[in-house]
Design a protein around this ligand. Structure first.
Ligand SMILES: O=C(O)CCC(=O)C1=CC=C[C@@H](O)[C@@H]1C(=O)O
Ligand SMILES: [Mg+2]
Length: 368
C-alpha cells in the first residue's frame, strides 16, 4: 500500500441536542475528516475526535491541522506500507498528538481492510457479529429533565446509561436515578471534576450500585486514582489518563483502575487500541469503547473495534440519529434495542455520502 494523496476537511455538524459535560457545552461538533487514497484508487476514511477547544485534551481542530500538514502527512505520503501496524512506527518521532495521528492511521486501516477484502472488524481480529451499546447523556437543566431523557433511552433498549457528574450535580442526581430505575445499569463520568479532597462525597456514590465512576480525578493522574480506588466500592474507569499501552499497564499495576474506556483517537489509533485491549484481557480488566460525539466515520471505527472479545461492557457508540439529523455515512449506524449489527462489507462497511460531507465542510485541503 502507498498513500498517493490525502484530503483534510474541517467539518461542522449541528448536534440534535446540546451536550454538556463538566468542562462545557457543545451545540455543534467541529472535527477533521480525513480521506486517504492509495495509488490503486482505494479510499480510506478517518476522523480526528479533537474538539475545537482544548478542554477534553490539549489537541484541537487547529493543532491537528498543523500537525497533519507540517509533520504527519509528509511522513506518510508515498511511503510503502505493508500493514497498518507500521503507521505507529512511521509516526514514532512525533510526540503525542494522538488524535491527529489516529485520523491517518484509521484511514490506512480502512484501506488495508478493503484491499484484503475483509471487514475492518475482521482485520482487527474481532469476532462479534453484533455489539451491545449504551448511551451517554450530558448534564441537564434539571433532574426531572434528566429522568425523562433516561426513561426514553431505556425504552429504546440501550444496555447502560452513562450520565455526567460534577460538583453540585452528583449525589442527588444519582440517588434519584437509582430510586427511579432500580435495575438499570448506570455509570457516572466526572471528566476530572473532582479532587482527592472530595473523597467523602465520592464515597456517597457507593450507595447507588453504579457500574463504575469514570475519570473522577485529574486527567493526567494515576496515583490519586489508586488512593481513591482503595476507598471506593465502585470500580474506577479511566478515560483521559490513558494515552497508551504503557499508561494502561502502569494504571493497572498501581490499582488506579478496574475498567478502561478505550477511545481510538485518545490512544493514537487502532493498533494501540488493540494492544490495550489485549493487555487488559490478559489482566482481567474489562474494556469498553468510549465515544467522542463522532460522525459516522469515527462511529464506524468504534463499531469495528468493539467486536474484539474483551469489549465486554456496553460502550458509548449509540445510533447516528442520537446526534445528527443526517449523518455522513449510508446506511447510518443504527442500534436496535441497544444492539448494533456489525457491517460485513470490506473496510469500515459504510458508504460515505460525499454530497453530505461537502454540505458540512467548512474548509478543505488536498495533499499530494
Ligand atoms: O456519546 C458519545 O459520543 C460520548 C460522549 C461523552 O461521554 C464524552 C465525549 C467527549 C468527551 C467527554 O465529554 C465524554 C467522555 O469523557 O467520554
Ligand atoms: Mg469519559
Amino acid at each position: 500500500m502507498k498513500i498517493d494523496n490525502i484530503t483534510i476537511r474541517h467539518m461542522e455538524m449541528d448536534l440534535k441536542a446540546p451536550f454538556t459535560t463538566s468542562f462545557g457545552t457543545f451545540e455543534t461538533r467541529e472535527f477533521l475528516l480525513l480521506e486517504a487514497v492509495d495509488t490503486d484508487g482505494t479510499s480510506g476514511w478517518g476522523e480526528s475526535v479533537a474538539f475545537n477547544v482544548p478542554f477534553y485534551s490539549e489537541e484541537t481542530v487547529q493543532t491537528n491541522w498543523h500537525m497533519l500538514e507540517d509533520f504527519l502527512i509528509p511522513l506518510i505520503l508515498h511511503k510503502e506500507i505493508s500493514h497498518p501496524d507500521q503507521v505507529t512506527e512511521i509516526f514514532s518521532s512525533i510526540r503525542k498528538n494522538n488524535m491527529a495521528k489516529s485520523a491517518i492511521e484509521a484511514a490506512v486501516w480502512d484501506i488495508y481492510a478493503q484491499q484484503t477484502n475483509q471487514s475492518l472488524a475482521s482485520a482487527l481480529g474481532g469476532t462479534r457479529k453484533t455489539i451491545d451499546v449504551g448511551i451517554s447523556i450530558g448534564i441537564q437543566d434539571s433532574i426531572e429533565e434528566l429522568v425523562e431523557i433516561v426513561d426514553g433511552f431505556i425504552n429504546e433498549g440501550y444496555k447502560r446509561i452513562k450520565v455526567k457528574i460534577k460538583p453540585g450535580w452528583d449525589v442527588e442526581v444519582m440517588r434519584t436515578l437509582r430510586n427511579t430505575f432500580p435495575d438499570v445499569a448506570i455509570m457516572a463520568d466526572a471528566n476530572s471534576a473532582y479532587r482527592l479532597e472530595d473523597i467523602d462525597l465520592l464515597k456517597q456514590l457507593d450507595d447507588f450500585d453504579l457500574m463504575m465512576i469514570e475519570q473522577p480525578l485529574a486527567s493526567d493522574d494515576i496515583i490519586d486514582h489508586a488512593t481513591l480506588q482503595k476507598e471506593l466500592k465502585t470500580p474506577i474507569c479511566l478515560d483521559e489518563s490513558i494515552h497508551s499501552l504503557e499508561d494502561a499497564r502502569k494504571a493497572v499495576e498501581l490499582g488506579s483502575t478496574k475498567i478502561i474506556n478505550i477511545k481510538i483517537g485518545r490512544v493514537g489509533g487502532l493498533t494501540e487500541a488493540v494492544k490495550i485491549h489485549n493487555y487488559c484481557k490478559e489482566n482481567n480488566i474489562p474494556v469498553w469503547c468510549g465515544g467522542m460525539l463522532e460522525s459516522g466515520v469515527g462511529r464506524a471505527h468504534n463499531v469495528a473495534l468493539t467486536t474484539l472479545s474483551n469489549f465486554t461492557l456496553p460502550g458509548d457508540t449509540a445510533s447516528s440519529s442520537r446526534y445528527w439529523d443526517k449523518d455522513i455515512i449510508e446506511p447510518e449506524v443504527v442500534s436496535e434495542h441497544g444492539v448494533i449489527k456489525v457491517p460485513e462489507l470490506p473496510g469500515i462497511g459504510y458508504k460515505i455520502n460525499r454530497d453530505t460531507v461537502e454540505s458540512f465542510t467548512k474548509s478543505k485541503k488536498h495533499y499530494k
